[in-house]
Design a protein around this ligand. Structure first.
Ligand code: PEP
Ligand code: MN
Length: 347
């Protein structure tokens, strides 16, 4: 159940609602909004009686049942699509947002050249991992703090927002100092200690789907972040493991409209990890625009043959420019479709 308090409900009213919920045997989670409190209620009990009682309790505006196991992120909870603000732009708004950059931050020249190139071609967010989750402990693990500093330098030079990976709850404060958006990688999608700590990080989170995770599991992980106090979550489809070996992962393109039915959170596509192959990135990117993703995150490297990670799937700067130009007419169509959808919701 979700209980929305009236704007400016008093502390006494809120405490009274909490007591009533406990009397019915339920547990309380609460999100303090700017001007209204929304209380999430979980547990097992007499839902109908509890709802009826709460609806008649002073200070309560509405009480509703949410049947999905994920509550705050569900469409049942919020019908309108959420737009997540980062550094002056919105993911999930009326603009299709392109995030681009190398898999790993490697050195100053690499990140500055990439940032300038992708910004000139229309990207709004610079990606780049300073903490890298690698399958082998002998592979490059990331520049860590020094990489974060280079990302800041690139942001200062170009104005691009920064999305970078957070791997451990121990590093949340450090990464949040530099990142406009905290990326949770596929391998950490169910790192529950990390998800909980991101609830209080004060930055939007981009949550990537685990390579063997269902859509429901992805939404449950998003729910962890929101239930712990951070409503600003962007979901990312990055391909899943199947029997197919022609691509690095199998791009579950249908996950995007499935998610649009189930959640109000914005969803972006990662065509780079979804395919593992540079030549496939433009076509899959086009599919992402057509199917209604809110944006994409693409790996780009000024000299992919020298990349320390994911060179085979990284576009060159020229390749990225060409793809952005090729997708222009599709983007215009996306914008008019989005504007019509927003107008319909408002009407
Ligand atoms: C990445 O974005 O470089 C990355 C490691 O992605 P994923 O977590 O989707 O594998
Ligand atoms: Mn990568």
């Amino acid at each position: 159940m979700i209980i929305s308090m009236r704007p400016h409900a008093t502390k006494e009213e809120i405490d009274h609602v909490r007591e009533r919920i406990a009397e019915f045997g339920y547990k309380v989670h609460s999100i303090e909004g700017a001007e209204r409190v929304v209380i999430g209620v979980v547990g097992v009990g007499d839902v109908t009686a509890c709802l009826e009682s709460l609806e008649a309790t002073p200070g309560v505006e509405s009480a509703m049942r949410i049947s999905a196991p994920y509550k705050f992120v569900s469409r049942e909870f919020k019908k309108e699509h959420s737009a997540i603000k980062l550094n002056g732009i919105e993911v999930g708004g009326d603009q299709f947002i392109v995030m681009a950059g190398p898999c790993s931050v490697e050195n100053e020249k690499q990140i500055m050249d990439t940032a300038e190139g992708v910004a000139a071609a229309g990207a709004k967010v610079l990606r780049g991992g300073a903490f890298k989750p690698r399958t082998s402990p002998y592979d490059f693990q990331g520049m860590e703090g020094a990489g974060l500093k280079l990302l800041r330098k690139a942001k200062e030079a170009t104005g691009l927002a920064i999305v970078t990976e957070i791997m451990s709850d121990r590093d949340v404060d450090l990464v949040a100092e530099y990142a406009d958006c905290m990326q949770v990688g596929a391998r950490n999608m169910q790192n529950f200690a990390l998800l909980k700590s991101l609830g209080g990080c004060g930055r939007p989170v981009m949550l990537k789907r685990g390579m063997s995770s269902t859509i429901k599991e992805l939404l449950m992980s998003a729910e962890y972040i929101v239930a712990h106090g951070n409503p600003n979550v962007i979901l990312c489809e990055r391909g899943i493991r199947t029997f197919e070996t022609a691509t690095r992962n199998t791009c579950d393109i249908a996950a995007i409209p499935v998610l649009a039915e189930l959640t109000h959170l914005p969803v972006i596509l990662d065509p780079s990890h979804a395919t593992g192959k540079r030549s496939l990135v433009p076509a899959v990117s086009r599919a992402g625009v057509a199917i209604g993703a809110d944006g994409r995150i693409v790996e780009v490297h000024p000299y992919p043959e020298k990349a320390v990670s994911d060179g085979a799937q990284s576009l060159t700067l020229a390749g990225f420019r060409e793809m952005m130009a090729e997708l222009k007419p599709y983007m215009r169509l996306w914008e008019s479709t989005r504007a019509a959808a927003v107008a319909q919701t408002v009407a």
